[in-house]
Design a protein. Structure first.
Length: 265
């Protein structure tokens, strides 16, 4: 099974899509990591999967699997961009380089980025990564294979996982998660991580142990983080409104400026 709600009618194009990860079903094969690397031209991960050794996403790895020793034995957990319903990174981006698509994925648009890295500071999940060692640095993060989605395909990681990853609308994924909880009493923790945290996320999780034992953040609010700034934005002095406009103008000017010749350099 690769998609949730496969027997339902065609999904509403206006409804956000996402990915459900079943930690209990995951066998730690890391096919999702390899598929992601191949789909985006990154080197295949070479490090070993060892329980207790934390592996993090990076500018060359958009998703990672970690192993944890628990009372239920070794359990796996996947980390990638959460694709929030109301992303803090999008709200913090002055030039709309970070963008929440109507399909659901949160993507980064290189042609609009001014390099401020506010997206990195604002993300409650510490996801966006900056290519510090590149001459032409980019922000790297999972984009849920957006180029594949708009072609009618599913994310590469989901396509290459036969047991733990499922793609569909959030409504379908939540229904599938609840169905698994009900049909397997005592197997899953009765909670879908991502259903409400940070205003709801596109990546949802099922687990057989509390997710705080698997490295997931449990101290985040349920309201979206951009909601915290709404009252502030209605009362800020004009300088806070004008500065972003000025920065955007600088960004546009530098993007459109012809390249210098060798003498100028």
């Amino acid at each position: 099974m690769k998609t949730a709600g496969s027997d339902s009618k065609a999904a509403d194009d206006t409804e956000f899509h996402g990915v459900l990860y079943d930690s209990f079903a995951c066998v730690g094969c890391r096919n999702c990591e390899n598929a992601c690397a191949e789909a985006h031209g990154f080197p295949l991960p070479q490090d070993e999967l060892v329980a207790g050794v934390l592996r993090k996403t990076s500018e060359t790895q958009r998703c990672v699997i970690n192993a944890y020793s628990t009372p239920n034995g070794e359990v796996y957990m996947r980390t990638q961009c959460m694709h929030c319903n109301e992303p803090a990174c999008v709200a913090a981006c002055l030039t709309k380089a970070m963008y929440k698509t109507k399909e659901g994925p949160v993507i980064w648009r290189e042609d609009k980025c001014m390099g401020c890295r506010y997206c990195m500071v604002s993300c409650p999940f510490d996801v966006p990564k900056f290519e510090y060692h590149s001459a032409n640095p980019k922000i790297q993060k999972c984009d849920m294979c957006y180029d594949r989605i708009i072609e009618g395909k599913i994310p590469a990681c989901v396509e290459n996982c036969g047991v733990a990853l499922f793609y569909g609308t959030r409504r379908e994924l939540i229904a599938e998660a609840r169905k698994r909880i009900v049909e397997n009493p005592g197997v899953y923790v009765d909670k879908i991580y991502g259903e409400t945290v940070a205003g709801g996320t596109g990546c949802l999780y099922l687990s057989s142990v509390p997710v705080n034992e698997l490295g997931m953040k449990t101290n985040l609010q349920n309201a979206s983080y951009p909601a915290l700034t709404k009252g502030f934005l209605y009362s800020v002095p004009s300088v806070f409104v004008l500065v972003p406009t000025l920065l955007l103008g600088i960004n546009k000017a530098t993007k459109n400026k012809p390249e210098n010749n060798e003498e100028d350099e």
